[in-house]
Every structure is written in C-alpha cells, then in structure tokens.
Design a protein around this ligand. Structure first.
Ligand code: PEP
Ligand code: MN
Length: 293
C-alpha cells in the first residue's frame, strides 16, 4: 500500500506536488526552511534570574527560540505546576531583552487567549496531543503550533492531530518527536529516529527533535541531537538550566550552560551536512510517497 493510501484520512499533511516544504514563520525566523533552528531553555520558568540568565546564554550559543513552561503537566499533582501568568510575563521580558522568540505549553482551551497573547508559538504537550478541544482553540488563535507526539501515539495518530489543526484553519504546524513509551524502560522514553525520517519523507510539515525528553539523561542529549539532525530534523528543542541538579523539573535531562555550548559547537558539521542532503531528501520523498510498499 502507498503512503498516500495508508494515511488517506490525513490528506492535507501529506507531501504532494501541490504541498511541499511548509515553512512556518516565527518573528524573523523560518522553521522548515534552509536554516536549522534550535529552541532551548528550562523545562519550567522558575524565577527571573533563572530565565534571564538562560535566555542570554542560549542565545549566545546559537539558539533562536526560548522555551520555558508556564503551565506544567506533571506526573504528580504534588510537583511544581508552573508560575502561570507570572512566567508568561518573564518570557515576554526575555524576548524583549534577547530578541529570542518564545514557545510555551498551553494545557487547556481556557488558557489559549492568555498564552497566545505572550507566546510566538503554542506548544501542545505529549499528554495533550489528542485533546481535540484544546487543539481547536490553539489552532484558532492563529499562532504557530508545536505539536508534540503523544507518549503512546503512532505516527498515524500524530498526523491525525496535525490534520485536525489544519482543518481548524491553521497551517503552521511543527511536528515534534520526543520519545515514546515502549517495552524498554531503561531510558525515560525510546527515541524514534525512524519516525523523524519517515515524517520528513511523507509530510510537508517541519519536524523537530526533542532529545531531552526522548532519553531523560543529560549525558545522552548531544548524541540524540546529532541523531535527530542526521534523520532529517529541521530543528531541536533542548532543555537547559543554570543549575540542573537543583531544577524544579526535568533536571536529570537538562544541560548546564557549558554543556549546551559544547553541544551546539559540536553540531555545526552535522548541520552543514544536513543542508547538503536536503535536495536529495526532497527528490526521493515524492517518489517514496507514490511507491507501493
Ligand atoms: C516539556 O516540553 O517540558 C514537556 C512537558 O514535554 P512533553 O509534553 O513532551 O512531555
Ligand atoms: Mn520538561
């Protein structure tokens, strides 16, 4: 069966002669274009110093977008839930001071107007990937959507959620592979690099990799980042914290400033290689779409 037939219920997200290479504009950036874009910042916004220091440092290392959770989906109801509106204000200040664009998660449809007022990109978290009323509200805000793959979502499930955003009038969707749950619990999740390669081959949407949540271990993050780029990702989203051991969430997988700097410097040859491969990927992709496997 061809990929077109296999994903017949999500026709608008699939690559075709008419729909190729969607580029999502964010301030002066183009996600999914020639430039590789790194998003970096803390899992959660904790305080002014933590956010401002991180924003300055990740920008200096080459990040173009700042991440930071204001509303946090936590496994335990007793964990830190985020600073909410106060965090959004801090993110907006970081944007003013650094020029970095802002991405932050929105967890409920009621919060969409507030979060959309501050953020340049709305993040739909893994746990919300199939919250269709949230997807509808987020889509209708007009902000670009960073759609994270659900913990137990197949590629088809992810594409259905993306199609739903498109159906609600928003074509600026960025797909994100962030690791899935499998039988192997050695790492926090299982990084689906083949999923990135496939998404790049069969959809026209930008795809980014989240090496932080994919493994849950800061020592593996730079390696997974390279794998994501080699698989064809258009960008990365990486957790960075001034003092990971004392972070309020996801410290184990957060890089400190020096480690982030080293990772970014080490990525340069991989990013250059990716650029050289882009044309080859595009020409083989259309053929792959029509091939009957
Ligand atoms: C996050 O980005 O901090 C986050 C909660 O991600 P995910 O939804 O992928 O778990
Ligand atoms: Mn996190």
């Amino acid at each position: 069966m061809s990929w077109q037939a296999r994903f017949a219920d999500t026709p608008d997200v699939l690559l075709s002669e008419q729909r190729r290479g969607t580029v999502v504009p964010v301030l002066d950036l183009a996600i999914g274009g020639d430039e590789f874009v790194t998003i970096a910042g803390p899992c959660a916004v904790e305080n002014e110093f933590q956010l401002m220091a991180t924003a300055q440092r990740v920008r200096r290392s080459g990040a173009r977008i700042l991440r930071g959770g204001a509303f946090k989906p936590r496994s335990s109801p007793y964990s830190f839930q985020g600073l909410g509106r106060e965090a959004l204000r801090l993110l907006a200040r970081a944007r003013r001071e650094t020029g970095l664009a802002i991405v932050t998660e929105v967890m409920s449809p009621e919060d969409v107007p507030l979060v959309a007022e501050y953020a340049d990109i709305l993040q739909i978290g893994s746990r919300s990937m199939e919250n269709f009323s949230l997807l509808e509200a987020a889509a209708r805000s007009g902000r670009p959507i960073l759609l994270k793959r659900g913990l137990v979502a197949t590629i088809a499930d992810l594409l259905r959620s993306a199609q739903f955003v498109l159906d609600n009038g928003n074509k600026n969707v960025i797909l994100c592979e962030r690791g899935i749950r499998t039988f192997d619990t050695t790492l926090r999740n299982t990084f689906d690099a083949a999923g990135i390669a496939l998404l790049k081959q069969i959809t026209h949407l930008p795809v980014i990799a989240d090496p932080s949540h994919a493994c849950g271990d800061r020592h593996l993050v730079p390696m997974l980042a390279r794998i994501g780029i080699a698989a064809g990702a258009d960008g990365l989203i990486v957790e960075v914290h001034p003092d990971p051991d004392n972070a309020m969430s996801d410290g184990e997988q957060s890089l400190d400033f020096a480690a982030f700097d080293a990772m970014m410097a080490g990525l340069e040859p991989w990013v250059a290689l990716r650029k050289r491969c882009l044309d080859v990927v595009e020409s083989s992709a259309l053929q792959a779409m029509e091939a009957v496997g």
